[in-house]
Design a protein around this ligand. Structure first.
Ligand SMILES: [Mg+2]
Length: 179
């Protein structure tokens, strides 16, 4: 049986994998009627800094999403996220590929998702998280729930939660207090 405390689980995390729709975005898709590549989504800039803070702490970041979107490709390139798996209807397959490529164990990986297709991954990883406005079924299935909604800073909150547990947050934000 796994008897680790939530803090101990968080201290083991070396890779954070994120769902996109409903986690890095509100989950709303704006259709123009001109085809899949024209679908627009909004990212929150504070989630972007959350990803950068994780990277600065030596924690790798990846995404696994069922849809394929040029906007996601562009945003992840800007943020320096190298592990981008789009069009993944079987998220477990992409997860195992990434885990094995990086030579990590399940216990070293955290995942944040918001809906039923995320459940297999949430059950598998060392630390599972969801957003405040996830489908309520997920709230019973995870280690941690953000107070913020998807696409509204939930990823930033999760990043700071991990970094706080690892004792890395204060040093990372100290530079912003310098005058
Ligand atoms: Mg989702």
């Amino acid at each position: 049986m796994n008897r680790l405390t939530p803090i101990q689980k968080l201290q083991a995390i070396r890779l954070v994998i994120l769902d996109v729709d409903g986690v890095l975005t509100t989950g709303q898709l704006r259709y123009s009627g001109e085809g899949d590549t024209s679908v627009q989504i909004d990212f929150h800039v504070r989630d972007g800094l959350g990803i950068k803070l994780l990277q600065r702490a030596g924690i790798d970041v990846g995404i696994i999403t069922a849809r394929t979107s040029p906007a996601v490709t562009q945003r992840m390139a800007y943020l320096g996220v190298q592990h981008v798996f789009q069009g993944q209807h079987d998220k477990i397959a992409a997860y195992i590929q990434l885990r094995d490529t990086l030579q990590l164990t399940d216990m070293q990986i955290a995942y944040m998702g918001d809906d039923l297709p995320d459940l297999p991954l949430l059950h598998r990883v060392g630390f599972s998280a969801t957003v405040a406005d996830a489908t309520p079924l997920l709230h019973k299935a995870v280690d941690w729930i953000s107070e913020t909604n998807g696409g509204r800073g939930a990823v930033r909150e999760f990043a700071e939660h991990i970094l706080q547990a690892q004792g890395k947050l204060d040093a990372l934000i100290a530079r912003y207090y310098e005058v």
